[in-house]
Design a protein around this ligand. Structure first.
Ligand code: ZN
Ligand code: CA
Length: 373
């Protein structure tokens, strides 16, 4: 029933259009056209204005023609860099980029899947309880589209984000929360050769702090990282300022909070030890979620996998996605594996088998929802 050639063609079309974060306009215009042609009522919200993108989130609604719950289906329109001028190649059943850009299967494989399912629903008049399709802007590096979405436009109470690695049948039921930590350490400038005793070396303060931090994998559900350090002007000047930026994540909020406190505490102690000043800003970027096996999306996804003879795998992830935001907004949302590989690298690829498998699987999920009521 799923049309492999049509899927490849559409995926090809989508990855060939530039849509790096904040510049999703061309993609949005194309998707508005496609959704409208598929019979959906389409609106663009005002998120673009709020986050500084050239388009808002695209929301398409397909009224139900059958029983079953209203379902949210989401994928993001943006890609990471280098993402402009993608030239896809199909070799031995695998689609990759020419090697100088990402492919953008993250997340255009998700968009392709949703479009193919909408097309099959229309062609075969498949019964469903109503679909709300959301194509978000600027997911990468901040989930800004989902965070600024106009939730008044949505009625669905459950759904799926198609945006994980792992083959069709992979169901992400747990994802972490994340804090961002930014610290500016203020030392005192002095000439390194003439009066070093009058200086306070901000880089040394930062180094001391970092050497005492618990970083990397803390336990099976908790991680932390210092990812950016910048400061200093010349080798003959004792640096008076350095910026340290990092993050903490955990599937358990209290563990993330404790780790953030630890990192901030170490920075403050180190600053005090060296008589330096410090400003620290922390922000919780998104909260964690943990879906029950009895929750609607997990039930539907497991049932659909069983129906197709796929292995349903309930998994946790260390990454955040739009699903973190939807769940915090009361829309119970699972993330589905869509077979994308080596994402965020120029070696990113996806197999045609997974691209078509995704459509088959999502269609089966929509059908499984019919038996819910
Ligand atoms: Zn993604
Ligand atoms: Ca991504």
């Amino acid at each position: 029933m799923v049309d492999a050639n049509r899927i490849i063609k559409e995926f090809w079309e989508l990855v060939s259009i530039d849509s790096v974060s904040g510049k999703e306009r061309l993609m949005a215009d194309l998707l508005i056209k496609k959704l409208t042609a598929l019979g959906l009522e389409v609106v663009e919200d005002g998120a673009g204005y709020k986050v500084g993108s050239d388009t808002g989130n695209i929301i398409g609604k397909l009224p139900g023609n059958g029983r079953g719950p209203l379902l949210l289906l989401c994928a993001h329109m943006d890609t990471v860099e280098p993402g402009c001028g993608v030239q896809p190649l199909l070799e031995e059943g695998v689609i990759r980029s020419a090697g100088d850009t990402v492919l953008g299967a993250d997340d255009k494989a998700g968009i392709t899947t949703i479009l193919e399912v909408l097309r099959l629903i229309r062609e075969k008049q498949i019964k469903h309880g109503g679909l709300e399709v959301v194509f978000t802007i600027w997911e990468e590096g901040g989930l800004f589209g989902a965070k600024n979405l106009d939730y008044h436009l949505l009625q669905a109470k459950a759904g799926f984000v198609l945006d994980s690695d792992g083959p069709p049948g992979t169901i992400i039921t747990r994802a972490p929360s994340q804090d961002r930590i930014g610290a500016v350490i203020r030392g005192k400038a002095a000439h390194a050769g003439i009066n070093p005793e009058e200086g306070i070396n901000a880089i040394q303060v930062a180094s001391h702090a970092i050497s005492l931090m618990r970083l990397g994998r803390i336990d099976h559900e908790t991680t932390s990282n210092i990812g950016i350090i910048s400061g200093g002007k010349a080798t003959n000047i004792i640096p008076d300022s350095v910026t340290v930026e990092g993050e903490t994540r955990s599937l358990v909020a209290s563990k993330r909070e404790a780790l953030t406190d630890h990192i901030c505490g170490v920075i403050r102690d180190s600053a005090a030890k060296f008589n330096a000043g410090v400003d620290i800003v922390t922000e919780t970027l998104y909260t964690d979620f943990h879906l029950e096996e009895e929750s609607l999306p997990v039930r539907l996804a497991v049932k659909a996998a069983d129906n197709l003879g796929l292995t349903a795998k309930l998994e946790k992830t260390g990454g955040g996605s739009d699903a973190n935001i939807f769940n915090s907004r009361g829309i119970v949302t699972a993330v589905l594996g869509i077979g994308m590989k080596k994402v965020h690298t120029t070696e990113e690829y996806i197999s045609v088998e997974d691209l078509t498998g995704n459509a088959r699987y999502l269609l089966e999920i929509v059908k499984a929802a019919q038996e819910e009521f």
